[in-house]
Design a protein around this ligand. Sequence first.
Ligand SMILES: [Zn+2]
Length: 209
Amino acid sequence: MDVREHLKYGIHKFQTEVYPKHQQEYIEAANKPQTPHTLVITCSDSRIDPELITQSGPGDIFVSRNVGNMVPPYGEMVGGISSVIEYAVSALKVQHVVICGHSDCGAMKALLKPESLEKLPTVRRWLRNAEAALSVAKEIATPDAMLPSLTEQNVLMQMNHARTHPSVAGAIARGELSVGGWVYDIEHGDVKIFNEQKNKFESTLGAGA
Ligand SMILES: [Zn+2]
């Protein structure tokens, strides 16, 4: 099937099968200002579905995606992600910002294999936002564990970068915002959440509510 037909088929299926079941929810969402509780910053990878894995409906989560779920430190560049953070935190008053990395991330793999970026100069420059995470992973991980370690260290690094944004720092100081880190394991449906006390990512599989 032609890609455009494939997409239209999906839209039609949404309109005839999904929308009718949730019509009231959509009408309500469309007729009041959005008040998402969380800003999710995750990778553009097509295998991640933030609404699905958090079972969120319209209006629940504000989502921003980019290659490698990165947040340049404040002042480095004004762009999509810095505007998203400022808007979500200062205007929408989200209570939580979560950086969500994932298994088998192409951006993390490229960091470990820089020669693969020869023909991708823009991506190569963007990935500099994770260079410090790469240094840490190289110090602490065995070669076998390099990719998962880098994925975790990148999430932690981007959490730190997020805290350099004045809107985030101010809201944290007022006790109105927290910053969290997740790693989504696509194969197993696990979402590992960073536990600050224990200084490690913990599986949520079988954890219950
Ligand atoms: Zn990725």
